[in-house]
Write a protein that binds this ligand. Structure first.
Ligand code: NAD
Length: 353
């Protein structure tokens, strides 16, 4: 079998996880080219990974190269343009989360995949963690029963990544679109991928801009000149789904809490499942309540999950196994995010069609 010729569009932080994922599959993937609008950065990245061809734009790269697969790892506002360019150039694509700035862009991207008969996978890396895999196996074995309610939190006390992440024109929003997509998607996955029907949300921006001027921690570098802090610093919402499942989500870059917290809880008629510091099931047996902490490979490991995700992408491209984070999943998530932002704006619940 000829190796797949892979490229990376956007050679910043997360591109390293994609490159490592391809390098780990050397037997079936050649990392053939990369590009970044910051050409010097792309050159440094190429030197680090031994990538032979480097470009200053996706258009230049696709004009010069015949490539099979592409990673889109740019900031959010460039996902649509770069993904559609890669699909139109005949590539199967994995695009980082959030899929796009909004649902309208996400739909254009999905249409481009369909039009070209190509795969578009979305970077919902949490689906590829050992915790999610174990709980999904339990769900499929019927151990959770009907999953009808969930609560997810991705809260940072002082954790805006800075730079473009706080600038609406580049990011599309704050912690909801950046962190919230991971945990909303994971809960929806564990609930059997129901269709969202409505959302009621609130957003705040009380702490972020002040912290970004140089607050209690060094995380939010005072770089307000290049990128204003004009996204929310906290968002919360209730989302309802077509099968009766409902989900409460809270996310923050800045919040007066004792410490950071990431947890996903989904509650079923037979057991509740928890992902957090530990992975656990809560149920009852013979008249007693049981709290069972899962042992072995049942925890989330960031780099391990990325390796699994990139392997899953290549497996799906080669037809070894189906894609488990599809463009449709990405579109549903963007519809949810749009509805939450709109609901916060109008102060009422918003229907999702
Ligand atoms: N899955 C995860 O856990 C995870 C973690 C971090 C970031 N991300 C996502 O990955 C994406 C990138 O984040 P990052 O932290 O690596 O950002 P980054 O700023 O480090 O890198 C983004 C790069 O994209 C380049 N770029 C922008 N527009 C481009 C274009 N049109 N063509 C080519 N290059 C372009 C920029 O010059 C920059 O080098 C974001 O969508 C982010 O949400 C995902």
């Amino acid at each position: 079998m000829d190796k797949l010729r892979a490229c990376i569009i956007g050679t910043g932080g997360i591109a390293h996880c994609h490159a490592d994922g391809y390098v780990a599959q050397k037997d079936r993937v050649d990392l053939a080219a990369c590009c970044d609008i910051d050409f010097e950065k792309a050159k440094r990245f190429a030197a680090e990974y031994g990538i032979p061809r480097v470009y200053a734009s996706a258009a230049e790269m696709f004009a010069a190269e015949k490539l099979d697969i592409a990673s889109v790892t740019t900031w959010n506002s460039a996902h649509k343009e770069c993904t559609i360019a890669a699909l139109d150039a005949g590539c199967d694509v994995i695009c980082e989360k959030p899929m796009a700035m909004n649902a309208a862009e996400a739909l254009e991207m999905r249409d481009a995949a369909v039009r070209n008969g190509k795969l578009l996978q979305i970077g919902f890396v949490r689906r590829f963690g050992d915790d999610a895999k174990t709980l999904m196996e339990m769900r499929e074995a019927g151990r959770l029963g009907d999953v009808y309610f969930g609560e997810v939190k991705y809260l940072r006390r002082d954790g805006c990544p800075g730079g473009w992440f706080k600038d609406k024109a580049f990011a599309g929003g704050g912690p909801l679109i950046d962190l919230g997509v991971h945990i909303i998607d994971l809960a929806r996955y564990l609930a059997g991928s129901p269709v969202p029907v409505s959302a009621y949300g609130v957003t705040y921006n009380n702490l972020g801009p002040n912290r970004a001027k140089g607050g209690a921690s060094a995380w939010s570098a005072p770089d307000l000149k290049e990128h204003p802090f004009n996204v929310e610093d906290m968002a919360s919402a209730m989302i309802k789904f077509d099968n009766g499942f409902s989900l409460v989500v809270s996310t923050s870059f800045n919040l007066n809490i004792p410490g950071d917290l990431v947890e996903v809880n989904v509650y079923g008629t037979k057991a509740g499942a928890h992902i957090g510091g530990e992975t656990a099931l809560y149920t009852d047996l013979g008249g007693s309540f049981i709290n069972a902490e899962l042992q072995g490979n049942s925890k989330f490991d960031f780099h391990g999950a990325f390796k699994n995700e990139m392997k899953g992408f290549v497996d799906a491209v080669l037809g070894v196994s189906p894609c488990i984070a599809t463009a449709d999943d990405g579109v549903y998530l963007m519809k949810i995010i749009d509805a939450i932002y709109r609901s916060a704006e109008i102060g009422d619940s918003v229907a999702i069609d």
